[in-house]
Design a protein around this ligand. Sequence first.
Ligand code: NAI
Length: 341
Amino acid sequence: MHDLDPGDCEQLTIVHDRTSGATAAVALHDTRLGPAHGGIRRWPYASLAEAVRDVVALARAMTWKCALADVPAGGGKAVVIDRPGLDRAAAYRLVGRTVAQLGGRFFTGPDVNTSADDLRAVAAETRFVASPDDDGPGDLAAATAIGVAAALAALAERLGRPLDGLHVAVQGLGSVGMELCERLAARGARLTVADLSPERAAAAGARFGAAVVAAEAVTAVPCDVFAPCALGGVLTVPVAAALPALGVCGAANNVLADDDAAHVLHRRGVLVVPDFVANAGALIQGALWNLRGERVPAARIERIGATVRDVFDRAAAAGQPPPLVALAMARERVERGPVGP
Ligand code: NAI
């Protein structure tokens, strides 16, 4: 392995703009099921090697997400190396030119630290981007919340508890978390909420009749389901070993810090919905819009519930943690290739 390892990616492109000094990387992990989809992340990577490691891992995760969401798309991602004084417009135009050169093999959009203005800079160079000014696929955060709610309903069913009265602790009340609370409250769930912003937490408390706890306390709240909707990496081994919940289901990507955390939760009998299955709503809505100009009905996103049941069945049969089983299912689907229209 060398410093700039493309791993199992189909294509890794590193681009540099001499005038502005901006550097970016675009990874297409796998396009056997369809054109790659993935957003643009801007991050102060310490080195090009670190940026490449991240873009490869993120693109790979998108491949698995597409496969289990049953959309004819593959995994891709773009990263921009951030630094003080970066000419952001030039950096995003550079990504736009790279996406244009890929000629439709990669569709991109927002990710961490990419704003509407950044996307406009990309859109100046390519049409293969979710531009804030276009007649786009609709509210993607709402789509994500629809999917998480469907996944959570499948989890509740497996736990043998009705949604009505189910106690859910929601971590993070951003665009997805708030919408999820709305949907759960409408189905009679009892909510405990937390956010780094006390104002957001208080607003959710008032709106949904939810109990409010401090951000650092939410993983210690005894509940039926813990719903992480803030950041990834929350479930480390120590947190997993103590989490007082029967199940986990949320929107945050890579919520398990590592496979050990998955095993710890599994041994404790905590049922985990794989994050990349639960949070695929935005991908489903965005990709089917890009590829077919289709505005998907909520029912299409709610099929995530059936996928969760399938993952749980296979995980129970194999005696393995659901996130690891879901990964194996995704790999198998990609290897099998496209099926039908
Ligand atoms: P957002 O940025 O709108 O909201 C995140 C919220 O989490 C903010 O209110 C923030 O204050 C809060 N937060 C951050 N750290 C926290 C902590 N330690 N404890 C409690 N609260 C904390 O993000 P958004 O769009 O709602 O996404 C939530 C998660 O879902 C992210 O991890 C994102 O990557 C993931 N996701 C989002 C999708 C979307 O469609 N927006 C699609 C798939 C995944």
